[in-house]
Design a protein around this ligand. Structure first.
Ligand SMILES: Nc1ncnc2c1ncn2[C@@H]1O[C@H](COP(=O)(O)OP(=O)(O)OP(=O)(O)O)[C@@H](O)[C@H]1O
Length: 277
């Protein structure tokens, strides 16, 4: 089935009826396929994430974890299936007859506003000062007044422990400090969903705990929904309510961190955890 030919109807429970919004998943992957040429990376993937939930994605290298985050960030397009966010199709738009067709660039840019992502390699703008790194998207994408964006950036820099670095350039900061700026930059867009892709993998070991503590504080003190790819199993245990174990582009097992880490049911989960723990 190709997304650009067959009309796709929304799942029966995708649009909450009045009074049921609290139980409606914020994110729903509905038979999502991602192919690169003949290589099927995600294979009719189904999973849901509830509003405010903190979910950790684990699985062997190449199992499709980063691809899931990139699809949610609309940096990639689905090959098949539909991604729903808050009852609306992220990857598609509704046509007049109620069917869905793949979203164009304009809609994808709109969808992207709801979602923030922090990358392994920080991805800061090297030629901009810290403050401008944080205000750039709120001003140019959301149309926020510069003064308001700057005031918010100052608050966020305080939150991430970098209030003295407003005028620094990224090259003048440590990796841990750059990642804190990247976290502040993602939060500046007031996203509903925060995607974290191995955000401590590129850091020197002594900087890892500080960044994880900050993310733990953000998870506990806000109602943000988090999807997190990490090899930091203690962080997953402390911060997430649900762990999804992926293999070959599918969820092979999901459950609480306690259940998955101490009593996994699937052989692939046991193999993976034996290798990383
Ligand atoms: N742009 C691309 N073109 C072709 N293949 C790609 C592309 N991006 C990802 N892939 C392939 O998709 C598969 C899944 O990659 P992905 O990065 O999602 O895995 P992952 O589970 O995040 O792995 P890791 O833990 O090593 O980061 C890999 O086989 C990868 O080579």
């Amino acid at each position: 089935m190709a997304t650009d030919s067959a009309p796709l109807k929304e799942p029966a429970d995708a649009t909450p009826a009045t009074g049921t919004a609290a139980v409606e998943p914020l994110v729903r992957f509905d038979k999502v396929v991602k192919r690169y040429g003949d290589h099927v990376v995600l294979d009719e993937l189904d999973f849901t994430v509830r509003r405010g939930e903190h979910v950790t994605l684990i699985g062997p290298s190449g199992s499709g974890k980063t691809t899931i985050l990139r699809l949610l960030m609309t940096l990639e397009k689905v090959s098949d299936g539909v991604i729903w966010v808050d009852g609306s199709p992220l990857s598609h738009v509704r046509t007049a007859d109620g069917s869905l067709k793949p979203a164009g660039e304009k809609q994808l840019r709109e969808s992207r506003k709801k979602i923030g992502m922090v990358f392994q390699q920080f991805n800061l703008f090297p030629n901009m000062k810290v403050l401008q790194n944080i205000t750039e998207a709120p001003v140019n994408v959301l149309g926020m007044a510069r003064e308001e964006a700057e005031a918010r950036a100052v608050d966020l820099l305080d939150l991430v422990g970098l209030s003295g670095k407003v005028d620094a350039h990224p090259s003048q900061l440590s990796g841990g400090q750059q990642q804190r700026v990247a976290i502040a930059r993602a939060l500046a867009m007031r996203p509903e969903i925060l995607l974290l892709d191995e955000v401590t993998s590129a850091l020197d070991p002594e900087l890892v705990a500080g960044v994880l503590d900050l993310l733990g504080d953000i998870a506990r003190s806000t109602d943000i929904t988090m999807l997190c790819v990490t090899h930091e199993m203690n962080f997953a245990r402390d911060v997430s309510k649900k762990v999804l174990m992926f293999d070959a582009g599918r969820v092979v097992e999901s459950g609480s961190p306690e259940k998955i880490f101490s009593d996994p049911e699937h052989e692939r989960t046991r193999e993976f955890l034996n290798a990383v723990l």
